[in-house]
Ligand binder design. Structure first.
Ligand code: GDP
Length: 328
């Protein structure tokens, strides 16, 4: 049986015509790790890139349970009601390991998933962080070409995924929780440095007062931390559940992007340089580890290391030697 081939021109045209079905298929193509699909995906991205770049790209992070999906559902619905078109993508390397809570799962964003002005895409369920990040960057190009003017990239607050997301968006929002007194839960210093806006969620009912106190405390701490050398993140409170404070968070995200001014173009160019190196590293690594000569040499040197007749350093030389001989 011959596999159906992908008509890249038809796909690009379908995406430009805002067809959600074509957008979904295009993202499936950029997520595919098959070599022939990757080649087609690059043609698609090249065709769509001139139509991209017109959205406000927003990263949203927070620990599981912080209220990301509730918040995105509320924010996204508010924005589509105001005439925007909203795409939600996700970078979630944990789902590749646990297959657990998959971000961007449509059941988590009930209103938005049924909103014709919104496009919700679950995170890819396979691949390395590098691979998932690459697919998401390309998915951004796809949804922008399809006319979504607000792109939200959701990620869980673990490991390197926040940095990967910060490298693909204009503004980064951290959703945090205030619990037990003034203690802010699960906020690492690294994420405070990349957050442009911080919203203490669940500021409702009995928690409203402590959320406000936590926001004040964190706002003050951040101003000290940044020491006037760069913009301090604004800290607000909101309740995704009750829909309060969402408009203020949005206003801060818009203000952040406006404050970038001409820097935005430069920031996106710098991001592209970063993507190039990330992609180059991924590609070289993939070629090296799948190279037949490397695999054969690998089996041989592994055995010799195990029986003590070879040092790892010498084995690496042999591996690279067999790779270099096989590549032009
Ligand atoms: P996620 O894991 O970060 O996506 O968090 P969810 O959006 O799934 O929310 C986790 C739980 O917190 C759910 O039971 C929500 O109903 C609840 N939740 C989310 N936002 C709020 C909020 O603003 N206030 C309150 N009280 N609960 C909330």
């Amino acid at each position: 049986m011959t596999r159906p081939t992908v008509d890249v021109e038809a796909m690009a045209a379908g995406v430009r015509e805002h067809s959600p079905a074509w957008v979904a298929r295009a993202i499936t193509l950029v997520e595919s790790t098959r070599r022939d699909h990757q080649v087609l995906a690059q043609r698609l991205i090249a065709a769509l890139t001139p139509d991209g770049g017109r959205s406000h790209r927003i990263g949203i992070s927070g620990v599981p349970g912080a209220g990301k999906s509730t918040f995105i559902d509320a924010l996204g619905s508010m924005l589509t009601a105001a005439g925007h078109r909203v795409a939600v993508l996700a970078v979630d390397p944990s789902s590749t390991r646990t297959r657990g809570s998959i971000l961007g799962d449509k059941t988590r964003m009930a209103r938005l998933a049924n909103d014709p002005a919104a496009f919700v895409r679950p995170s890819p369920t396979a691949g390395t962080l590098g691979g998932v990040a690459k697919a998401t960057r390309e998915a951004i190009v796809v949804v922008e070409a399809a006319g979504y003017d607000i792109v939200i990239v959701e990620t869980v607050g673990v490991g390197q995924s926040e940095t990967a997301v910060a490298d693909m968006v204009d503004s980064f929002l951290l959703l945090a929780l205030a619990r037990t007194g003034d203690q802010l839960q699960g906020i690492k210093k690294g994420i405070l440095e990349i957050a442009d806006v911080i919203a203490i969620n669940k500021a409702d009912g009995p928690h409203a007062v402590e959320a406000k106190a936590a926001a004040r405390e964190l706002g003050g701490a951040l101003r000290l931390l940044r020491d006037g050398s760069s913009r301090a993140a604004s800290v607000l409170t909101c309740s995704a559940l009750e829909g309060t404070g969402i408009d203020e968070v949005w206003a801060q995200l818009v203000a952040h992007r406006e404050s970038l001014g001409a820097e935005l173009v430069e920031r996106r160019r710098r991001q592209q340089v970063g993507w190039m190196w990330a992609m180059a590293r991924e590609t070289v690594l993939a070629r090296f580890t799948t190279d037949p000569a490397v695999r054969e040499t690998g089996r041989d040197v592994e055995r010799r290391i195990l029986d003590g007749s070879l040092t790892p350093a010498r084995a690496v030389e042999l591996l690279l030697g067999s790779y270099d001989r096989m590549t032009p």
